[in-house]
Write a protein that binds this ligand. Sequence first.
Ligand code: SF4
Length: 379
Amino acid sequence: MGVPISQAWTVASYVLKQKLKGRRRYPLVLMLEPLFRCNLACAGCGKIQYPAHILKAELTPEECFKAVEECGAPMVSIPGGEPLLHPKMPEIVAGLVARKKYVYMCTNALLLKEKLHLFKPSKYLSFSVHVDGQKEHHDFSVCREGGHDMAMEGIHAAVAAGFRVTTNTTLFDGADPNSVRAHFDELMAAGVESMMVSPGYTYEKAPDQNHFLGKAKSRKLFRMILSNRNKSWQFNTHPLFSEFLMGKQDFECTPWGMPTFSIFGWQKPCYLLQDGYADTFKELMETTKWENYGAKSGNPQCANCMVHSGHEASAVDYNFGSLKGFWETAKKYMFPSLYPDPEAQKLLNDWKPANSHPLVQIQSAASEKRSLETSVAGD
Ligand code: SF4
């Protein structure tokens, strides 16, 4: 199992309570975005495109605690932006841990080693380090030469200091499945507790043949990566979500499962789309037109989406929604499979890389200096 028993128990009992109360829509993980500022400028990220006054803004600890209490989800993921640039992040994390929330602080780990002493190891706190692949691939993905080495250094330091360390890997079209598998080996050897992998989201897609091919391509890629697993691999995602990625399950999106709160308020409907904001969590749940989202809705923005933040909660909900779902999941945990699949192995063996891309350095020295100055100004 990729999470501690106490966390699995907390989540299971929370979901069962929601079911007993008859709540059809309930949050599982709060996506808390206390700032959009970052010390990287990844080519695939939309957040750092905000104007300077937005990038300087941040949630106060009190605003974070209020959102967490309003929402009530047992887990809190802190993406961003880079959370370690928030001067009050240690106070925010300590407040969430005191509230017994399981916190995943997502970080590119560039500052992890130097800021580690500001945090205390706890079963409630995990540093979720963003590493998109082996050295060359990660550096390309985050547009920063040396980014991978710094992330791995942060991972080693946090593991050595006794913290829970997990990783998150986002894959885009053209990812090398053999390299991704080797990347998983490297992460487990570095001592991480477990890993999360999800396809990236492409915003400008339309509901045409390309969308179908996009999903089919994702499933093929994840089938190659997640079949015939190495025994050492541990994932912290629900096993049925992994199967969804591999094309063995079909789930509709449950965007309310991982609601997002940021400096703008409660984001409608999900972490990826911005169709307006609500002032309160209650308003978000009651006024969002949920029927307009998910692949079956026909919304072109959802047609190609298989991301974790929209679909893992669907797997969890299915798990607890019926005896069939419960038994199916229980078997996955009691008798974990390495998913032997000779055809996937053949696809993997035959896979050839597309034309290689040159490393792009989007972040100039000047922009890096500016982002660090903004950080210092906030300290
Ligand atoms: S399918 Fe994807 S983009 Fe659409 S609501 Fe769900 S998570 Fe958001």
